[in-house]
Design a protein around this ligand. Structure first.
Ligand SMILES: [Zn+2]
Length: 717
C-alpha cells in the first residue's frame, strides 16, 4: 500500500470529545420554563427508547434542533446553578460527580447535531450551526468561569488526601480542576469578559472556516468535456464521473469531485497531463482565490484570536497552551521531533523525485516533474518495481467483504467479538448500515454504524464518532459510528475500494474499538476521550491487520470469481510497503509544521498575508519542495482551523511511535491471537482516559515506547 494513511480527519471525533467532556454551554439563562407540548414531543429531549438509546433518526427533523438546544442549555444551566449554590459543604459527589451528571439533554442534542452536520447536512442545519456556535461557546464560559463553582472544586482539591477517592475519581477531580483553570477560572472579571468575547468570535470563525471548506470543495469539482480526456480511468470510474455530472445538470460531461487532501486520487491514473494539472490546481487553490468561500482572512483572524486568548491565559502562544494538555507537553518537544525528521524525509522525497524524473525523461516527456505528475509516475514506477498497480487490487477489495470478512473478521480473531446487522433501526441516509456487536461470551455490548459513502452533504475525510458513550455511571453501552468517503458507484455496480480506502476502513475501526471496548465509570473518560496525540494510536495499530496474510486472504476475494487474492500479489504489496514514504512523510511534516508555526505566533507576529506566510514557513523549515505540497494548505486545513487539531496535527506521527512499537509487540508475540487481543483490550483499549495514557501504554508494553520501529517503517533510518 503505497500512500500513508496516517492523516485522517477525525474532526467529528474532536467535536464530540470536547462537547461530551466539559460540556457546558448556554446562552443567557431563560427564566421561565419552556416545557410545553412541542418540547415534550421533541425526540431530541428525551433519551431514545430504541436499543442502546440509538437515535430515532426517523423522527428527528430540522426544526427540532433549535428548541432542543435552547431547552438543553436551560436545563443544564439550572443544574449548574443548583450545584454552585448548594448550601451543603462541597463534596466530591455533590460537586464533581454532579457536574459529570449534568447536561445530559444538551449533550444528547449536541452529539446528534454535530454528527449530522458532519454527515448529512443541509442549509437549515448549516445556518443553525452558525447561529449556535457563539451561544454554545458562551454557555460553556458561563459554567467554566463560574466563581462559586470553582471555589467548591478548590475546596475539594485542598482536602483530597482525606477523601480516599478511587484512582478514577481522583483523576476526575484533577480533570475538572484543570478544565476550569484552562478555561480562565483564575482570571480577573475584566479578563474573563475579554476571554468570553474572544471565545464567541473563535466559535463563529471556526464554523465559518469549515463551512467554507465544504462549499468550496463542492464548488471546485473539475468538469471535463470529453471522455478521451479521462484516459487512464477505468470504465466504472468514467461512469461515476458521468453520473456525477448528470446529477448536477451537466449531461454529457464528466465531473471529478475533490477529496479533502491536496493530492487527489485520480491523479495517479489520468494520462492527460493538462487535466491532471487542472485537478491539482483546483485542489490546492481552494479557499485562496477570492470568491465567497475564500478562507485567507478567516485563517488570519483565527490565528490572531487564538494567540490573544493564549496570552490572556498566561501562555506565550496558542501551541504552548494546547500542548500542555497533551502527552507531548511542550512546543520544544514537538518542534524537536518535526525538525529532526524533516531533513531525512525531504531527502527521501528528492530521491524519489529523481527516479520519477528518469521515467519522464525515458519517455521523452521533456518536462520537469510537477506536483500533478507525482502520483501518476509513482504508479508507473510501482508497476515497474513491484509489477502491480492499484487497478489490479481493486477487484479484490469489495466493500462489504472488506468490512465483514476483513475489519470485523480481524476483530473477531483478536477479541472474540461478533456482528449482526440490524435492519430494524432507522438510518439518516439509505446507504448507512447498523450492526449490533456481541462480546466473546455472546452478550450484546454495543451498536456500530457504518457510513461509508461520499455525498455532497458530508464533510470530506474519514472519522469516527460516538452517539452514545459507554459509562457505568449512567449504565450506558456505546453506539459508535465510522465515516468514510468512498465514491458511490453507478447503480448495480459493486463498490471496489482502493488500497488506501481499505486501510482507512481498518484505521477508523481502530477508533471504533477504543469506543466499543471502553470500560470506565465516568463518561468524561470514555473511549476516545484521551489526549489528541494519543487518540490516533489505537486506530493506527488496527491498520496492521489490513495486510495481515490471514486477514487479507479472508476478505480479499475477487468480486466476480471469488478467487482469493494471489499470494504473489500479496508478496508484492508487502514488498512495496516502504515505497513512496519520502513523499508521504514530507507532505505530512509540511502540514504539521504549518500548523505549529501558525499557532506559535504571538499576537504581534500575526502576518497580513496568509499565503505569503505559508510560503515563508515551508521555506524556512526546509520542506518547500514544489512537487510535494503540504498535505493540506492553510486555507482548507480544516483539522487546524475548523476542527479539533489546532496545534495538534503532529499528533498522527507522535501516536505512530506508539503504533509502530505496538505492531512489533504483536509480531513478537504471534500476531493475530485472542491472547494478544485480550491483553491490548484489557490494558489499553478499555481504559480510555481513566488512567494516564502513557501509563496504560507502559502497562501494555512493559516499558516506555521506542522510536526505532517508526524510523525503520518510514525509511528515516
Ligand atoms: Zn484517526
Amino acid at each position: 500500500m503505497n500512500k500513508s494513511m496516517l492523516m485522517l480527519l477525525c474532526s467529528a471525533l474532536a467535536i464530540q470529545s470536547s462537547v461530551a467532556a466539559d460540556t457546558s454551554v448556554t446562552s443567557a439563562p431563560t427564566s421561565k420554563p419552556l416545557m410545553n407540548k412541542a418540547l415534550a414531543a421533541n425526540p431530541l429531549l428525551a433519551a431514545s427508547t430504541l436499543a442502546y438509546e440509538y437515535p430515532a433518526f426517523d423522527q428527528i427533523r430540522n426544526e427540532h434542533y433549535a428548541p432542543a438546544f435552547a431547552e438543553g442549555m436551560r436545563l443544564h444551566l439550572a443544574e449548574i446553578n443548583a450545584i454552585a449554590n448548594n448550601t451543603a459543604k462541597p463534596t466530591f459527589d455533590n460537586t464533581v460527580v454532579a457536574l459529570e451528571r449534568a447536561g445530559q439533554s444538551l449533550n444528547r442534542v449536541s452529539t446528534i447535531f454535530f454528527n449530522q452536520i458532519a454527515t448529512n447536512t443541509n442549509p437549515t442545519l448549516e445556518s443553525l450551526s452558525t447561529d449556535l456556535a457563539p451561544k454554545l461557546s458562551a454557555h460553556q464560559d458561563v459554567i467554566l468561569m463560574n466563581a462559586k463553582l470553582f471555589k467548591r472544586i478548590n475546596a475539594i482539591i485542598s482536602q483530597r488526601d482525606k477523601l480516599k477517592l478511587d484512582a478514577e475519581s481522583n483523576r476526575l477531580l484533577d480533570r475538572y480542576y484543570t478544565d476550569f483553570v484552562r478555561a480562565g477560572a483564575k482570571l480577573s472579571d475584566s479578563d474573563k469578559a475579554k476571554l468570553k468575547a474572544i471565545n464567541a468570535q473563535l466559535a463563529s470563525l471556526g464554523t465559518k472556516f469549515s463551512q467554507n471548506v465544504l462549499k468550496e470543495t463542492n464548488a471546485s469539482a473539475v468538469i471535463v468535456e470529453h471522455k478521451e480526456q479521462l484516459k487512464g480511468l477505468s470504465e466504472g470510474e468514467i461512469n461515476t464521473a458521468a453520473a456525477a455530472a448528470k446529477a448536477k445538470g451537466l449531461d454529457g460531461k464528466y465531473l471529478i469531485p475533490l477529496m479533502n487532501t491536496s493530492g487527489q486520487p485520480y491523479l495517479s491514473s489520468l494520462e492527460d497531463r493538462a487535466v491532471r494539472q487542472r485537478l491539482q490546481e483546483a485542489s490546492v487553490n481552494r479557499g485562496s482565490h477570492g470568491g465567497d468561500f475564500d478562507n485567507r482572512d478567516t485563517a488570519l483572524q483565527l490565528a490572531r484570536l487564538r494567540a490573544e486568548r493564549a496570552q490572556l491565559l498566561g501562555y506565550p502562544n496558542y501551541a504552548a497552551y494546547g500542548l500542555e494538555d497533551e502527552t507531548a507537553k511542550t512546543t520544544t518537544a514537538v518542534n524537536k521531533m518535526l525538525s529532526e525528521l524533516a531533513p531525512a524525509a525531504v531527502a527521501n522525497a528528492k530521491n524519489e523525485a529523481a527516479e520519477l524524473q528518469k521515467i519522464i525523461d525515458a519517455n521523452h516527456g521533456d518536462f520537469k516533474l510537477a506536483a500533478w505528475d507525482w502520483a501518476y509516475y509513482t504508479e508507473q514506477l510501482r508497476t515497474a518495481k513491484y509489477a502491480f498497480d492499484d487497478t489490479q487490487l481493486r477487484p479484490y477489495f469489495e466493500l462489504d467483504s472488506v468490512l465483514q470478512n476483513g475489519v470485523f473478521f480481524a476483530a473477531h480473531q483478536l477479541y472474540g467479538i461478533s456482528f449482526k446487522e440490524r435492519k430494524d433501526l432507522p438510518v439518516y441516509h439509505p446507504s448507512v448500515r447498523v450492526f449490533e456487536v456481541f462480546d466473546a461470551d455472546g452478550k450484546s455490548m454495543a451498536l456500530f454504524i457504518a457510513d461509508m459513502y461520499a455525498r455532497d452533504s458530508k464533510r470530506g475525510g474519514a472519522w469516527m464518532n460516538s452517539y452514545v458513550e459507554q459509562s457505568t455511571l449512567f449504565n450506558k453501552k456505546p453506539v459508535i459510528a465510522n465515516h468514510l468517503n468512498i465514491p458511490q458507484p453507478p447503480k448495480g455496480e459493486p463498490t471496489l475500494l482502493t488500497a488506501d480506502e481499505v486501510k482507512t476502513a481498518f484505521h477508523e475501526f481502530g477508533h471504533a474499538l477504543h469506543g466499543l471496548f471502553s470500560q470506565v465509570h465516568y463518561p468524561r473518560f470514555s473511549g476516545t476521550n484521551v489526549p489528541r496525540d494519543f487518540v490516533e494510536y489505537p486506530s493506527q495499530v488496527n491498520e496492521m491487520w489490513a495486510t495481515w496474510p490471514e486477514v487479507l486472504k479472508n476478505y480479499a476475494k475477487h468480486y466476480k470469481t471469488g478467487e482469493v487474492i494471489p499470494q504473489a500479489l500479496v508478496d508484492k504489496i508487502t514488498a512495496s510497503n516502504k515505497f513512496n514514504q519520502g513523499f508521504a512523510t514530507t507532505e505530512y511534516l509540511a502540514a504539521s509544521l504549518l500548523d505549529q508555526r501558525w499557532h506559535q505566533l504571538t499576537p504581534a507576529q500575526i502576518p497580513s498575508d496568509a499565503i505569503a506566510f505559508e510560503k515563508a514557513v515551508l521555506k524556512e523549515a526546509g520542506v518547500d519542495f514544489a512537487p510535494v505540497p503540504p498535505r493540506y494548505r492553510s486555507t482548507y486545513f480544516s483539522h487546524i482551523f475548523g476542527g479539533g487539531y489546532s496545534a495538534g496535527y503532529y499528533a498522527y506521527l507522535w501516536s505512530e511511535v506508539l503504533d509502530a512499537d505496538t505492531v512489533e509487540w504483536f509480531k513478537e508475540n504471534g500476531g493475530l491471537t485472542r491472547k494478544n487481543g485480550d491483553w491490548f483490550r484489557q490494558q489499553l483499549l478499555s481504559r480510555g482516559g481513566s488512567i494516564d495514557p502513557m501509563e496504560s501504554f507502559r502497562n501494555f508494553r512493559g516499558r516506555d515506547p521506542k522510536i526505532d520501529p517508526l524510523l525503520l517503517r518510514r525509511g528515516l533510518k
